[in-house]
Design a binder for this molecule. Structure first.
Ligand code: PLP
Length: 195
């Protein structure tokens, strides 16, 4: 975004800026989106990291990539462990880059379902932090978020409490398929009546 660009401009050239773009692909359709890779020409101290673990569906294969100027990539190439990405993961990543249909399907589903989370929260008086990723953070203030998480777990639905960040009213929820989200909305609605 423009804010990020302004930020990088202010950072001294001797300080490296690393942008972790694990959720980059989910940004599609956002008109404020700027591809940070286009800034690499202007900023020699910029590093962009991306992964195949999220939108490409290859979590567990431990494969991703970074974009930076030649000076940085050549140093890292010398420092990285030999064969740090295995050949099967590389083959999967290359195939994933070609599978535009899968990526589009994943991103479209996520965008649509994220909108349903926003609507659900509005209808139930819950505040949802604006998200561009494949998860949402919902504020359950007035309810016991920890108990809600525990009860959902009993139903086989895993959501993530954020106590580690001292955010006791907030739960982080990964956006699933339509059916998975339907099930969550259904269970959650029942819980909100009593908890
Ligand atoms: C998933 C994720 C990554 C990268 O995950 P790998 O599986 O190690 O490629 C990096 N940053 C954030 C914030 C993530 O959520």
């Amino acid at each position: 975004s423009k804010d990020m660009y302004e930020f990088i401009k202010k950072v001294p050239k001797t300080t490296m800026v690393v942008i972790d773009e694990a959720y980059n692909e989910f940004n599609s359709g956002d008109e404020t989106y700027v591809d940070s890779a286009t800034w690499l020409k202007e900023f020699d101290n910029l590093v962009v990291s991306r992964t195949f673990s999220k939108a490409y569906g290859l979590a567990g294969l431990r494969v991703g990539y970074m974009l930076a100027n030649k000076e940085i990539t050549s140093i890292l190439n010398r420092l990285r462990a030999p064969f740090n990405v295995n050949i099967a993961a590389l083959a999967a990543a290359i195939a994933a880059l070609d599978d535009e249909e899968f990526l589009k399907k994943t991103v479209d589903n996520n965008t649509k379902e994220r909108e349903r989370y926003a609507t659900y929260c509005k209808e139930h008086g819950l505040f949802m932090i604006d998200s561009k990723a494949n998860f949402v953070a919902i504020d359950f203030k007035g309810h016991d978020a920890q108990l809600i998480a525990k009860e959902l777990l009993q139903k086989g639905i895993i959501v993530r409490p954020l106590l580690g960040y001292k955010l006791q009213d907030i739960l982080r929820i990964s956006i699933g398929t339509k059916e998975e989200n339907d099930r969550l909305f259904n269970e959650l609605s029942k819980l909100l009546e009593t908890i």
